[in-house]
Design a protein around this ligand. Structure first.
Ligand SMILES: [Zn+2]
Length: 292
């Protein structure tokens, strides 16, 4: 029943030669704003994007404990979506197979109709294999995001897949993170997953990455991400760090904070400020933390 309802509700998501098109939603929220919420999922990433024409895109889903008891999808992401009146997720994109990014994916697939699941292609990694299997079993299309692809997310929001670069699905998961650059009018957003120095270097060598106003800082502010040359190229005005309180990795690294500071970026962090909501009017971003 649920599956057939999901299929009926499914708005056309068409794979075009040039990329993916999420068809506009006719009866839902219409506005002139692009809204991006970086949820507080502790040590992990999860970001919810709502386009001006009501499409809902979830990028990563937070962590899940190994025994499955503590699941950020169940504890944070799904309740947040419900609180926003979200009935379905048009696109669920998982940047890479690490559990602090895909831990809540099973919950979302169970609780919401999902238009499409996009991954970085490392679908043989144990956790990701399970998620892809569950998606396939419930009739959700699975797409392998590739560099150079564009996704029309609707309402004038376009995403470009900046990485992963190359097809080596056996490389370390962080180095194969999906890096996505969104534009809405003149405003821009770069989502980097856990991209590390190696991936940042490859992106820079590609030479196509433009400066971007809002940056989701790579790998929770790790020292080995957000390198100086990468930061100079991106030149963000605002940087958001998704990171857990008292995490055992020492994220965010003081050196990364210092680099962001030197760049002059306004920094928000989920461990101290809770969820960070950023809204674009098509020109620039205004970000507001849950707690000041
Ligand atoms: Zn991570």
């Amino acid at each position: 029943m649920r599956r057939s309802t999901a299929l009926q509700l499914t708005l056309l998501i068409t794979l075009l030669n040039a990329g993916i098109l999420l068809a506009p939603r006719l009866s839902l929220r219409q506005s002139t704003q692009l809204r991006v919420v970086f949820l507080d999922v502790g040590q992990g990433d999860s970001c919810v994007i709502q386009t001006p024409t009501g499409q809902v895109i979830v990028i990563d889903t937070g962590n899940r404990s190994l025994d499955g008891q503590d699941d950020m999808g169940r504890r944070v992401v799904a309740p947040y979506l419900r609180s926003q009146g979200v009935q379905r997720v048009d696109l669920l994109l998982l940047t890479h197979p690490d559990l602090d990014h895909i831990g809540g994916a099973d919950t979302l697939l169970d609780r919401f109709p999902v238009g499409m699941l996009a991954t970085n292609g490392q679908d043989r990694q144990p956790n990701q294999e399970e998620v892809v299997k569950r998606a396939t079993q419930t009739g959700v299309a699975v797409h392998h995001a590739r560099q150079g692809e564009t996704m029309d997310l609707g309402g004038g929001v376009v995403a470009q897949v900046v990485a992963p670069i190359g097809d080596d699905v056996n490389e370390p998961t962080n180095s194969h993170s999906v890096v996505l650059r969104l534009t809405y009018g003149a405003s821009s957003l770069l989502l980097t997953g856990d991209a590390d120095t190696a991936e940042e270097e490859r992106i820079l060598q590609g030479g196509t990455l433009s400066s971007t106003q809002l940056l989701k800082v790579g790998h929770h502010g790790s020292r080995t991400s957000t390198t100086e040359p990468f930061l100079r190229r991106v030149a963000p005005k605002i940087a958001v760090i998704s990171v857990g309180k008292r995490n055992p990795f020492g994220h965010p690294a003081p050196a990364t904070l210092e680099r962001l500071n030197r760049q002059g970026a306004q920094v928000f962090r989920t461990d101290r400020q809770g969820a960070i909501t950023c809204v674009s009017d098509g020109a620039s971003w205004t970000c507001r933390p849950y707690t000041q």
